[in-house]
Design a protein around this ligand. Structure first.
Ligand SMILES: C[S@@+](CC[C@H](N)C(=O)[O-])C[C@H]1O[C@@H](n2cnc3c(N)ncnc32)[C@H](O)[C@@H]1O
Ligand SMILES: [Zn+2]
Length: 368
């Protein structure tokens, strides 16, 4: 018997990764906040595996209905056993079919869900359009992508197919992979006259998770959906809008930026929701999660990239000061700066890379 949070379950032959607990914890917290705020929580767990997420949404987030689906019919007996209590209380139905079919059935029956969890293998892109048919306006969609190489620019042909965007490689490409997923679902929602709002975006162990809220109004704009430019010679980034596509040159090197996009350029997380999740984590004595949410809340509205300390050191040809000293020095200089959950050896800041190098160098000269 496996235990996670309040759930006890058997894994049997299902896919289950104990080390991914944190992504389930984040989902449980966001779902619990939704339940507190709306008074109900109907969950469609589209790719349930052994059913751990369904169980946790029910026991910890207070879900009042679970539609627990798993494409592999061999898991039906396992799911029925793991969820027997919820089934006995008439809070859960188990289905074994292709998630796409289920999403369209929800639409056909006008049976829309508060939270749809799509914990797929590989890319989430096949589900970005179909999942929208199953979600209530104002409801949440929780997506997984384990296809990191595509979003980080190692397979640009794939990213074109998956996201309708050309992805290039650079030091902040992890963040880009999250933003490509958000951008793609935003574009899908916009094509239906609807919008999305990122609730949180999370990178861990080469996997990417994005939770978004479905909005009734289209909110795609040239400001929140555009391009990220990177200059390989100097390492500087620039946001490039659609109108400036032909005119985006690095001032210093006078060469065109290498562009990735279109992708989501707005906030990475909804800070208000993160604060509520953080408070709940504290209440539940989930201290690691509380700390992580604090870091995520701080980084929410920074530019859509980060600088690694290694890059600052390599470009400045020097030893880099500690991350905390560099952040304090940038703040004293008048720039916003923070740690990021995306890389423990990186910072997010409004300052450009040249400023970071200059400030790191000045710290070194004070020390020596
Ligand atoms: C990553 S595992 C799910 C793990 C589980 N959610 C957890 O947190 O432990 C993905 C599951 O999705 C199922 N699956 C894959 N494609 C599917 C599809 N199109 N429709 C329904 N289920 C699918 C697989 O059989 C597999 O059990
Ligand atoms: Zn340059």
């Amino acid at each position: 018997m496996q235990k996670e949070g309040k759930a006890q379950f058997k894994v049997g032959g299902a896919f289950f990764r104990e080390g991914s607990r944190i992504v389930r914890d984040l989902g449980v917290l966001a779902a619990a906040i939704y339940r507190q705020e709306t008074g109900q929580l109907r969950v469609l767990d589209a790719m349930a595996g052994c059913g751990v997420r369904s169980l946790r949404y029910w026991l910890e987030s207070g879900a009042n209905w679970l539609l627990t689906n798993e494409g592999n019919p061999d898991r039906q007996t396992l799911l029925s056993a793991n969820l027997q209590e919820a089934i006995a209380q008439k809070c859960c139905q188990i289905t074994c079919e292709n998630a796409h079919r289920l999403f369209f059935r929800c639409f056909d029956r006008k049976d829309y869900y508060d939270l749809v969890d799509v914990d797929c293998f590989g890319s989430a892109s096949p589900y970005l359009s179909t999942v929208l048919w199953s979600v209530k306006t104002g409801g949440l969609i929780y997506l997984t992508s384990t296809d990191g190489r595509t979003g980080t620019g190692h397979l640009p042909q794939n990213s074109l197919a998956n996201y309708g965007a050309y992805a290039r490689s650079h030091p902040a490409a992890r963040e880009q992979a999250l933003r490509l997923i958000i951008g793609a679902i935003q574009q899908q929602a916009a094509s239906q006259g609807r919008g999305i709002q990122p609730i949180f975006s999370f990178y861990s162990g080469e996997t990417y998770r994005v939770m978004v809220r479905l909005l009734s109004q289209q909110q795609l704009t040239p400001e929140n959906y555009g391009f990220l430019g990177y200059c390989h010679p100097c390492g500087e980034y620039q946001i490039v809008s659609w109108r400036k596509l032909g005119q985006c040159f690095c001032d210093r090197d006078n060469i065109p930026f290498t562009l990735t996009g279109p992708m989501w350029l707005g906030v990475l997380h909804d800070r208000d929701t993160l604060k509520k999740m953080q408070n709940l984590a504290r209440e539940w004595h989930w201290y690691y999660q509380e700390k992580l949410l604090e870091i995520m809340a701080r980084e929410a509205d920074f530019p859509p990239y980060f600088y690694t300390l290694g890059e600052i050191g390599r470009r400045g040809k020097m030893d880099v000061p500690s991350r905390s000293r560099l952040i304090s020095a940038l703040q004293n200089h008048g720039d916003r700066a923070t740690v990021t959950h995306l890389d423990p050896q990186a910072i997010k800041t409004d300052a450009n890379l040249a400023t970071c190098i200059e400030i790191a160098r000045s710290l070194n000269s004070v020390t020596s």
